[in-house]
Structures are given as C-alpha cells and as structure tokens.
Design a protein around this ligand. Sequence first.
Ligand code: G3H
Length: 192
Amino acid sequence: PRSIWLSRHGESQYNVEGKIGGDADLSVRGYAYAQALPELVAKSVGDAEITLWTSTMKRTIQTAHHLKYPKKQWKALDELDAGVCDGLTYEEIEEKYPVDFRARDDDKYNYRYHGGESYRDVVTRLEPIIMEMERGENIMVVTHQAVLRCIYAYFMNVPQDQSPWMEIPLHTVIKLTPRAYGTQEERFKADI
Ligand code: G3H
C-alpha cells in the first residue's frame, strides 16, 4: 500500500532564538538534518516513487535540498500565520498581548492571531492538499509544526480540534500507511 512521509523542516535560526513565524534560514543543526535526510528516508522508501512537497518558505526548501525526488512547492503548506505576533518570542507575546496570550491558551484551536490565522483556518486551507494526498500516490511532505499537526490528526483519525496538541518533534520522519484497520505509524529519528 502507498504511504505518506511527514517531516518538519530542520531547526531554523528562529527556532534557536525562540521566535515564531518569519522566513529564516536553517541553523547549523538544521542543515545537518537536511544532510542526514536522504539516508534517513532511503530505508523506508526503498524504490517506491515519491513526490516531495514543501511550503514556499526557505526552511522547508533547504531541508528538502538533498532529497532527489520530484518536488512541488505549495503556499497552502506555509506555517500558521501569526499575524502581528510574527517574529516575536512567546515571552514577548505574553508581555505585549497578555489578553490574547491567555485567550489562545483557553481555546488554541479557534484562537486567530490578529492579522493571521487559527488552527481552524489552517485546517480549512489544507483541504485541497489533503484531497490531493488522498489520491493515493506516495508523498513526502516537508512543512511546519502547526501544519503537520493538522495533517497528522487527519490521517490518524483524531478529531481536528485536537490538532494543536499533536506531538511532531524536530528531526524526525513520520511514515503513515493507511490500512484497513487504521493508519500504521512509524517514526525515524535523525541521529544528529
Ligand atoms: O506558530 C506555529 C508553531 O509552529 C506552532 O506552535 O504550539 O504555538 O501553535 P504553537
């Protein structure tokens, strides 16, 4: 049966600084992950034909750089837009927008950043992506934490409003294979 492979981008410069959003380059560790990826996925891909999807952001494109599969960039795979909070740390958000910070904590799925998006918005914009993924080809998706949480919840049959709490760590490839009795999951962690 066909499978899908999911990975976050490697650690970015913004990840190191604790900032959200932006369009930063990978960090040194992030580049090490990009270099380790071909070997990490080779074992589980074998000689299957796969297509690699990234967002339009530098950190996902850089992460996919060494993978020699046909590639496609999707704007719909860009990270949850944090609006006015883009480029801030969570500490700075709490300080500048204390009411919002608490509102997000109370209802993380529905909370929409000013000038940005909620997880619910991301689920909506992912609909065409998920439809395309359902068509049955082998696809590897290199994208962002919030986006992957929504895609993962969908394929694992977890209610969409639970998406914000899915565990999608850095530097780990998740392989999902839909089966008659449910989705089989394997995780491959890079040794970097
Ligand atoms: O801003 C997007 C992050 O990747 C997701 O983090 O737990 O604040 O939604 P979050």
